[in-house]
Ligand binder design. Sequence first.
Ligand SMILES: Nc1ncnc2c1ncn2[C@@H]1O[C@H](COP(=O)(O)OP(=O)(O)OP(=O)(O)O)[C@@H](O)[C@H]1O
Length: 311
Amino acid sequence: MTSIDVTELTKEYGGRRAVDGLTFTVRPGKVTGFLGPNGAGKSTTMRLVLGLDRPTSGTATIGGRPYAEIDEPLRHVGALLDAQAAVGSRTGRDHLRVLAAAARIPARRVDDVLEQAGIVSAADRRIKTYSLGMRQRLGIAAALLGDPEVVLLDEPSNGLDPEGIIWIRGLVRQLAAEGRAVLVSSHLMSETASFADHLVVLGKGRLLADTGMREFIEEWTTPRVRLRTTDDVRLSAVLAEKGFHPVADDDGRWTVEGARVEDIGPLTAEAGIPILELAGEEPSLEHAYLALTAGEAEYTTPRPTAAVQEA
Ligand SMILES: Nc1ncnc2c1ncn2[C@@H]1O[C@H](COP(=O)(O)OP(=O)(O)OP(=O)(O)O)[C@@H](O)[C@H]1O
């Protein structure tokens, strides 16, 4: 079983730290979602793991060895970094054949991965005629060519249509179920929530979180309840008496932060308050992520100025 181990990893570009003292492990049998605002250092970390760049200090190893020291690395590590990098005048099949031959991977694997990536029908067309999503699938096919036990995918859903996004989800789950260590960077929270077991979150090159998906959401969000009643006055009085702070919404409902339906339902029943609706809102990965990374983005949308808000 092979894992990726990143230890005190630092990378400076011209004195600026793109990656700053990172330590984390990507374990086999799990999908680790790799999150962080633009410029947080995800791609740089992946490049360092793959030996495409040299760390300023610290180490990144796969199965205990730096990438450069792994014999026949494509048989152990598969990566999708930049799907647009494939040569355009070759066909998809030729592109994969060249990669396989260079890595002494049996040519029959080309057919296997074309099938696995769902691009058999486009295999004999030149790559320059491929759509963004097809190039992405080809890049994933290339990553899987050597049947590697470690897989790194940088934004694999980029350019994929909804069917492709569902396919990616199934693929990464399957790769992990087969015992591989899978690291997947993404900006799409609902998507990451659908496939990741574990999360590594970066902000400005530093580690912000290294935790299970469920624990992460629980730590960074508070549950809340929305409800509607025919007796607003008694509802707010009874809940306030019990230490809750119900807030009236524009749509005639109330929101109670920090509460679950199990807290509110019995209270209102006991007080005989008629309830027309009562629903718990499940906190999402997106809520948790935004709570954690507030202030950590290198590039953020400027807040509207007072003048704009008034306009
Ligand atoms: N070759 C390079 N030379 C100089 N600076 C670089 C280089 N590569 C990355 N950087 C800088 O390092 C920081 C981290 O970039 P990186 O691409 O790793 O972030 P990221 O988390 O992958 O971002 P995104 O989500 O936008 O892909 C950024 O400030 C970037 O400008």
